[in-house]
Design a protein around this ligand. Sequence first.
Ligand code: IMP
Length: 331
Amino acid sequence: MIRGVDIIFGLCWGDEGKGKISAAFSKNYDYVCRWNGGPNAGHTVYLGNKKYKTHLIPSGIFYGKKSIIGPNCVINIDKFFDEIDYLKSEGFDTSLIKVSPKAHLITERHIQYDLKYLKPKLGTTGQGIAPAYADKMLRIGKLAKDYLDKKYIWDGSLEGDVLCEGAQSFWLDINFGDYPYVTSSETLPYSACSLGFSPKYIREIIGVAKIYDTKSGVDPLFPEALWNNSDLEEIIQLGQEYGSTTGRKRLVNWLRLDKLLQAINKSGVSRLIINKCDVLKTIGKYKVIIEDRIVNFETFADMKKNIEKYIYDNTYGECSEIIFSGDKQNI
Ligand code: IMP
């Protein structure tokens, strides 16, 4: 029987450091599950001083927890086995990794279509994500159950405490994001129920943001003018804002607080974690954008106080805690 479900997901455009947070939480759960996307995601996890990178397999694997890839995910079988081999060689118990029989496969044809038609126009990760979901909708997709050995197939059971980890984040959601500059799946917490539990089990919704905004790929909301801003360039270098799947330099802007607020309210966040505060502290510039207006603060303490006030004054009371976190520190 399920005791409760907690959900960790990103409130921005991805790359908020969700991997680090869900890895830190994972040890307290029985199951850790992915509900959307595929190898377009990239999670960086630190255990002690060692850095690990995964693209598909949930971070529960680092703590010996059952790690589930749900029916609304798309998988590239070669990359799935590469990741299994990598985790095995690092000493993790990969028998805990299970894939929903209804997850869809990404084929070479999907990747070629993405690279030829979508990546140049939309700045996709080129992993074949959209064409795989398109085939799913057209009812011509290939199901994991027909291509994976039985030992990898999930029987659908969930028990005890369940952690769901989102990929790609709020503003990349196919319904809420800035279409067509979005991904092909549902990134909001409601969509975690596609794993097969009822919404009544959801206890906490933990939203992860970053103290500045970044986006991988094309988006008119990140105008080209941002490229020549030396403060933002410094953020890119200090924050190492390069895509973990593509290696591309990310577009950077000051935190658009009004957009963060919308994401918090639409997804029902109960706890908010704002990452990478130490990057701004190092460069000593403290700014946010509210309705296209840049607001400057003298100190980080001042910035923090104003962000807290803006969020607590404008949310409906569900968000009861805001944590400002540094980069690599564990919380
Ligand atoms: P796709 O998911 O590869 O189709 O890419 C669609 C958009 O989502 C592009 O702007 C990608 O850069 C972005 N995207 C997809 N996955 C991630 C991610 O895990 N982090 C950040 N951006 C992502």
